[in-house]
Ligand binder design. Sequence first.
Ligand code: FES
Length: 174
Amino acid sequence: MNSSKENQCPKESLTPKWKEDFPVDVDQDAHIARRDFIRFLFLVSLGLFTGTLGTFWKGLFRSDRKIKPFRILGKEDVEVEGSYVFQLPDAKGPAILVRLGTDEFVAYSQKCTHLQCPVIWRSKESKLYCPCHHGAFNVKTGDVLYGPPDRALPRIHLDFRPDGIYFKSMDPGL
Ligand code: FES
């Protein structure tokens, strides 16, 4: 009869076969995982920091408040109830000037405040209309009349001089 000592397995035999075939140092493995995670966090932070810096930099050099006055057109170059589309400098996009009466002019950014489609002047309905999603704006105030836009059109302030109508300034939002 074998003694109980003889029945006991040797210590090595308690280790499963797969562990012998694929030895993994758990402590080392956890250390590498932590290191990878910290590296990941660092890269994400770096990306966020770079994005913030870019936004700050862009904001610093935004020129929409600095557009110098320029002549848009002569007063008689557009008929009453007519409109005229012109370009704002510094790639600020198109703008629309509408002549509402003999001496009544208004101008706005032509970019719809929904998704920036160009608005068009509909004289018969007396409104600025966006054909993309059927939005409309009050031509006298730029306020939204209906449709998806939730902000008024940014207004352009005009200066009337003897030789024509000039861009003077514009509301923020372009
Ligand atoms: S872009 Fe003008 S309503 Fe959508």
